[in-house]
Design a protein around this ligand. Sequence first.
Ligand code: FE2
Length: 443
Amino acid sequence: MGALATAVRIRHDLHTRLLDARARTDEIFQLVREEALYDRPIAERHRIIFYLGHMEAFDWNLLAHRAFGLRSFQPGFDHLFAFGIDPVGAGLPTDTPADWPAREEVERYNQRLREELDHAIEHALTRPAEGHPHLLAMLEVAIEHRLMHAETLAYMLHRLPAKRKICGPERGALTAVRVKPRLVEIPAGSATLGLQRVTGDEFGWDNEIDAHEVDVAEFAIECYNVTNHEFLRFLQAGGYENRSLWREEAWAWKQKEGIEHPMFWRREGNLWVYRRMFGEIRLPLEWPVYVSQAEASAYAKWLGRKLPTEAQFHRAAYGTPGGRSERSYPWGEEAPSASRGNFDFQSWDPSPVGAHPEGASAFGVQDLVGNGWEWTRTKFAPFPGFAPMPFYPGYSANFFDGKHYVLKGGSPRTARCLLRRSFRNWFQPHYPYVYATFRCVED
Ligand SMILES: [Fe+2]
């Protein structure tokens, strides 16, 4: 295939991926019952209707004028749906449903916007020599931004009462494997953080640049994620009432919000029940516990352990015992597939820990990618050589405030392209809604 034909094919692949990503976000809005579209399932975030417009307005604001010279046909909506809310410190939003446009208006905007963008993309893609020099990267940004929202929307809708949702297809639960919690020794070695470019065309967000090697001293890491069962023991031992286990601001947050157990749990008499995406079940003891970083840190401290650093996670997940070679995924070089872990929209809920032994790392550590993001104790900060993307300067830089922590790995609702080694997720430590679990280290 000639260079021109290859360039055209790459561009068509990008357009296909954008259409696939749209299908993912369309699918999630179909779960919302008509009467729930203006609900706000998470008090700190926008109402659901915002996200219906945001998916498209983001693409439009990114691409329309900059890449294609298109003129806005509804600038009011471009602005209204431009930005989400990062809930650090600020007060809760106070808007009412009446402040938002009717669903039909938003859908008309979305439809026209898609038609105009698709037409422009089709035109540009067959002419690789013309157009904006960053067009390919901008399309990757549009695709990954949308896929990230496919996940954040899922955990937002997780908070919506079951009767306000239309039940989607559910995978049967995987059988719990009997696993014994244990520590795995990881010898000292190096870890490469950030995106290593081989062809130069690989996409990564600004916070993944530049690749650099760090030395990691020997440490031991838990083979499996902390389960609901293990976390229940912490709770029963009074972990939520033991002030010495909590950082000062974490304790203040917990007291203020009245947090006494993981957000996905609910007490019913003497029983604990678990909020799945669609309905409740008895607390599944073998599933990884989903908690905030503050809760994860308190648990680790209770055991005299810590959360891993970002570099320790890398070493355990991608490193190898003999020497300096590293893997692209914990299991090796093969692309992610269902036998390796619970990711890429396979399920709405976690699997039991240890259910994917084929996804184990070279050291035998399991479930590092999939089944829940993993909290680290590393604050989200730029790598050496960081430069913001010119067409999305605030993507990462707005969060280098010392108030967010890095998460690695991926959840059942994380798209496969986001499972690359260098991808970094981040949240503030007092945000309990994320599909995020953890494991501890001794170092
Ligand atoms: Fe967004």
